[in-house]
Design a protein around this ligand. Sequence first.
Ligand code: NAD
Length: 300
Amino acid sequence: MMKIGFIGLGIMGKPMARNLLRAGHELVVYDILPENIQEVVASGAVPAASCKEVAESCMHIITMLPNSPEVKAAVLGENGVLEGAASGCLLIDMSSIAPGASQEIAAKCAQKGVGMLDAPVSGGEPKAIDGTLSIMVGGNKALFESVKDEILLKMGASAVYCGEIGAGNTTKLANQIIVACNIAALAEALTLAKKSGVDPAFVFDAIKGGLAGSTVMNAKAPMMLAGEYKPGFRIDLHIKDLANALETGHSVSAPLPLAASVMEMFQALRADGAGKEDHSALARYYAKLSGETIYGPIHN
Ligand code: NAD
């Protein structure tokens, strides 16, 4: 059993923290929203008043926050982790942030003798609840091995070492590009079928077992066929990930023309008020272009 700090108790952080409690660990938790702290305290965690206070009592600290600025504020800011952490502490940042930000934060941590892993996740809320997330990790390999079984695999079905610090988030960006482009291609293809008078439900059934079939298709085609885009994964968060991908791509001279196209589709949807909808609402973008929805009656 270990005493672990957990900062950021949102959609993902809450169930991940509960899985660590279930595994027998002692948890000290903090979030800027007191109601989120209370929910996890009700499951057996101990509350803290700041990120600094979390770090003062734990040698392992997990952060699960929205993006780079929030992780910087929680770790490097006033009353942050580094104000309270002892030398030898390990920070495991499981948020999806820019790889360059992970490297910056890790360098500041190293000045205080604090180690850091970047360990973003894939799988969303259902897999966070089940403890079956896919975890991709960057940083010192020995540090990764030291927490793999007792911490990471209590929240995930897999934890894969990807390379030096930032490599976890680079892997996550690759994941997010593939998911975004897959959803856009699916919306484009099903809209073509519908406009041609072919039932998109038949198209999905016919091709899901073939080469075009994918986890994305199985999860998102039913949502498009129903015209229901309850998140899931919000467009606002996918915009954040693609912004990090484009910034990273530009910094290493890796042009990302497909990611840039889907980014503009998401921007159009956000401008139209759909930022809080699931990313499968890319189907709505195609409905505007074509004047036809994937759901609803077929016109021949
Ligand atoms: P969320 O917005 O639900 O949760 C973030 C939490 O952090 C909130 O409770 C917020 O109050 C808290 N917070 C913000 N700033 C803080 C600070 N300075 N100090 C302490 N707490 C602070 O987001 P989420 O959906 O849980 O996502 C967290 C991360 O996981 C994001 O980077 C996201 O991209 C990634 N992710 C999300 C999903 C998903 O399906 N939701 C899937 C995979 C990865």
